[in-house]
Design a protein around this ligand. Structure first.
Ligand code: ZN
Ligand code: ZN
Length: 311
């Protein structure tokens, strides 16, 4: 890592992170966002964000480019991944911040998830053809851009491109969601194992949009979340567009009771998702400070380099 980067260690970045705007969950075109990591970082800077978390689905592909762009514009970058997991039989998204990318068990799981996604693609297209939609992999590739993880959002974009549906939401509602004719089950990591792998990689784990209405979250009740905390969970993403005011209040209270870090973020996907503008939800500086301290501690315990945040 370049010398220009400031290492934010256990001493804490609090003084340097005074009144700042922090968005810890965004996607580039390396997963299902529509902007390159460079464009995403530049836009974040232009729109007045001070700290940006890049958290593409199951891939660290965008990190290097984002680091370069962040150094150019002078934005703090928190490198992350949003990992597809299962817990109690239900899908859960885990935000993993600052893991060492060279840590074997994490890398192995991410590869398995990405492989599962690649084999899911042809199976999904075959099912769509069975219900009469003329779509093949070239239609998806045409709209997928530079992604390392061609998946359902790109199939949704292809369906829009082909005029089958009007937008991604309709594609999921009619064809690609769990009850749709194009739904194919795919591998996801065990959530508790993944939290341990992230900690082993010297990173920290935060559950993304735990109580989003579009997910079945019955496994993530207070007892479930307490159980995850015992294996190393550090925080909950409370402020997210998929949580209404009451859900946020309940989750915030739960996080406070358990002593978990509270984050807020946009889950920005560029033009790929409406109402998720950069900075529409933000994380309080003191919460980021706690998260970075836990990451530094986790890195020391794992005997890995103290995680660096690009400044
Ligand atoms: Zn998610
Ligand atoms: Zn996301």
């Amino acid at each position: 890592m370049a010398a220009a980067r400031t290492r934010l260690g256990p001493a804490g970045p609090a003084t340097r992170l005074g009144a700042v705007r922090i968005d810890l969950h965004t996607h580039s075109d390396r997963s299902d966002g529509t902007e390159s990591p460079t464009d995403l970082v530049r836009r974040a800077h232009a729109e007045g964000l001070d700290v940006l978390g890049l958290t593409d689905h199951d891939t660290m592909e965008g990190w290097d480019e984002a680091v370069t762009a962040a150094e150019e514009v002078g934005l703090s970058l928190v490198r992350g991944i949003e990992v597809s997991c299962t817990f109690g039989g239900y899908g859960v998204h885990l935000l993993a911040y600052l893991p060492d990318p060279g840590y074997g068990p994490l890398d192995h799981e991410l590869r398995r998830i990405l492989d599962g996604r690649s084999s899911r693609l042809p199976a999904t297209l075959a099912r769509l053809r069975e219900v009469g939609i003329g779509i093949d992999v070239e239609d998806v590739r045409r709209v997928a851009g530079a992604t390392a993880a061609m998946g359902r959002p790109h199939i949704a974009d292809a369906l829009v491109d082909l005029g089958v549906v009007v937008d991604r939401n309709q594609a999921f509602e009619r064809y690609l969601g769990p009850r749709g004719p194009g739904y194919v089950h795919r591998y996801a990591a065990d959530l508790e194992d993944m939290i341990e792998a992230v900690t082993g990689a010297g990173g920290v784990s935060v559950i993304a949009h735990p109580w989003a209405s579009r997910h079945d979250h019955r496994a993530l009740d207070a007892a479930g979340i307490a159980r995850l905390q015992r294996v190393g969970l550090a925080g909950l993403e409370v402020d997210h567009e998929d949580h209404d005011a009451r859900t946020r209040a309940e989750l915030r209270a739960l996080a406070r009771d358990l002593g978990l870090v509270v984050t807020g973020s946009s889950d920005h996907h560029g033009a790929g998702k409406v109402d998720h503008d950069l900075g529409c939800n933000t994380t309080a500086p003191e919460e980021l400070e706690r998260l970075l301290e836990l990451a530094a501690r986790s890195a020391v315990a794992a005997d890995r380099a103290v995680p660096a945040v690009v400044r």
